[in-house]
Design a protein around this ligand. Structure first.
Ligand code: PEP
Length: 257
């Protein structure tokens, strides 16, 4: 029998600032950078995704800190007459290296479906960005016992063929846990993350599927980070509200010291 692989993906703690922040908020990145010492850098990657107008100044502020900067969305198109949209190459040009796609707020506010997310992921990967694809069930879907089916459908529908462990991150974000202070039990997180891991191995092959980072997102804060981040197959967190303050975000990252 072949030996069981013990290599695990390097954790990632990612901050999603959503439609919050101004230039003055960039000081939080400076403070995060000061706390992100060599020891922590060895154990965990950090990413901040500010709103698009702050991408370039955030990337400039983060220079030399080891903190990566990313977008919150990017278009499936490369350029042209698409008012208000941001192309993946613009995210890259502004200093971003990653992009969040298919966040539940975009799925709801902009009616984004799996196929569109797959096209966006395809364009972003082709441009050289790492994509963080978000999946997660609503409260009604969980209560109807459909959480796993919904997450697996979103996963299969939104991961492009060009994805691999280097350019893909998955974020499991139960919609009902985002910004509500509610979180699933550790057992529920473990069940969904195992299902995601199993499907990733089927979709990308065993080796690649094992190395894709699967983040948990939804009301992660310093007080619950240790419990949530120690669940099997949880390789980091996608953090909304608690990423706006350096002290909270770094307290979550400290879990990995
Ligand atoms: C998010 O929006 O991705 C998120 C996880 O938000 P919060 O941490 O505020 O629940």
């Amino acid at each position: 029998m072949p030996a069981k692989s013990t290599v695990k993906p390097k954790p990632l703690v990612a901050g999603n600032w959503k439609m919050n922040g101004a230039r003055a908020s960039l000081n939080e990145i400076t403070v995060m950078g000061l706390a992100y010492d060599a020891d922590l850098r060895r154990n965990v990657d950090l990413l901040i995704c500010p709103p698009s107008p702050l991408l370039y100044p955030a990337a400039t502020t983060a220079l030399g800190t080891g903190i990566a900067i990313g977008g919150q969305d990017s278009s499936e198109k490369i350029s042209g007459a698409h008012t208000g949209d941001v192309s993946p190459s613009m995210v890259l040009d502004a200093g971003g290296s990653m992009v969040i796609l298919g966040h539940s707020e975009r799925r709801t506010d902009h009616n984004e479906k799996d196929t569109l997310i797959e096209h966006k992921a395809c364009a972003a990967i082709a441009t050289g960005l790492v994509v963080i694809i978000c999946v997660g069930e609503t409260r009604a879907e969980r209560e109807a016992g459909r959480a796993l089916a919904v997450v697996r459908r979103q996963l299969r529908g939104s991961i492009p063929r060009s994805a691999n462990a280097q350019n893909l991150v998955i974020a499991y974000e139960p919609v009902w846990a985002i910004g509500t202070g509610l979180t699933p039990t550790a057992a529920d997180v473990a069940e969904v993350h195992l299902a995601i891991r199993t499907d990733l191995k089927k979709l990308l092959g065993k080796q690649q599927g094992e190395m894709v980072r699967i983040l948990y997102g939804g009301s992660v804060k310093p007080s619950n980070a240790k419990e949530l981040l120690s669940v099997d197959n949880v390789n980091g967190a996608l953090v909304g509200g608690a990423s706006l303050k350096a002290a909270d975000f770094m307290a979550i990252a400290e879990t990995y010291r």
